[in-house]
Design a binder for this molecule. Structure first.
Ligand code: SF4
Ligand code: SF4
Length: 288
């Protein structure tokens, strides 16, 4: 089974649009939206949720008002200001360190698993999909990314799909590492802007470190020829083949507004370019 992870050094490079478009082309696939902090692939793939699962990470204290003597010790010790004057836990400020639990002289505080979001097993017109929503202000998305990836992997194994196509997390932190670990192939989406090139170089260091075969796609390739040349030169030095280039084209936005992939909306235009990109990705997978 192939696990293809589409990543970018930063958000806003068109990563999700390109992943969703590939979803209409890749055969025998399960989709995974691992961009859990800003999941939006569902806007195009329109999944029908079959199963919903709660996602717990860390702990949250609960004060039993019948046992609490209102001494205020917990509030005084909490360094995060997560206990209000009237002894209510402020969930968004609580780090789950359990210090309040340990200092309470009455044993009035219990720590409980913290509900941080939900993950889903769904069906789309392109195949099964695993995806998630993280509660507002919740962290630990690396763990949720691993959960979503594993769910997609399990579905592919159980139902005999050949490919898992992952919309990876942006950046170079914990969530993108969780998106990438043990992937068959990383596809980096970059764009010719100064900041995006810096991010692309950093994310390449990551795939190099984890020894993951890597391809790149240059999005909005017609906005700055000099910077496109710089990306090409960097990719040559690093031996990272360029799977294709996509121009800045309003069809990407128009397709999204209609809830379609670019391949569905513009099959004879940018759809053809994306088909060629998938063909190059496939060749790279066969070589590995
Ligand atoms: S768990 Fe830690 S951060 Fe949360 S309320 Fe208790 S002391 Fe404060
Ligand atoms: S330390 Fe315990 S008893 Fe004191 S206010 Fe906090 S919960 Fe209540």
């Amino acid at each position: 089974m192939n696990e293809i992870v589409v990543i970018s050094g930063k958000g806003g490079t068109g990563k999700t649009t390109i992943t969703a478009s590939l979803a209409g082309i890749v055969p025998s696939q399960v989709l995974a939206d691992c961009d859990v902090d800003a999941a939006d692939m569902h806007l195009v793939t329109q999944p029908e949720i079959e199963r919903t699962h709660e996602f717990y990470s860390g702990e949250l204290p609960e004060i039993d008002p019948d046992t609490c003597s209102q001494c205020g010790t917990c509030r005084d010790y909490c360094r995060f200001g997560a206990i209000s004057e009237d002894l209510q836990i402020k969930k968004e400020q609580c780090e789950g360190c359990a210090l309040c639990y340990h200092v309470c002289p009455e044993g009035a505080i219990q720590m409980h698993p913290r509900l941080c979001g939900y993950w889903y097993e769904s069906r789309t017109r392109f195949g099964p999909m695993a995806h998630a929503t993280l509660g507002t202000g919740e962290e630990n998305s690396g763990k949720l990314v691993t959960t979503v990836r594993q769910a997609a992997h399990n579905t592919a194994e159980k139902e005999g799909y050949q490919n898992v196509l992952v919309d990876g997390s942006p950046g170079i932190g914990c969530p993108v590492i969780a998106s990438l670990t043990n992937a068959s192939l990383a596809v980096i989406v970059g764009e010719p802007t100064v900041s995006a090139i810096g991010d692309l170089k950093r994310v390449c260091e990551l795939t190099e470190f984890f020894d993951i075969p890597t391809l790149s796609i240059i999005n909005k390739s017609d906005i700055n020829e000099d910077l496109v040349s710089e990306i090409e030169q960097f990719c040559r030095q690093k031996d990272i083949p360029i799977a294709g280039k996509l121009p800045y084209d309003p069809v990407f936005t128009q397709a999204q507004l209609q809830g379609k992939t670019v391949f569905e909306y513009d099959p004879e235009g940018q759809g053809k370019v994306l088909e060629q990109i998938w063909s190059n990705i496939e060749k790279k997978l066969l070589k590995n």
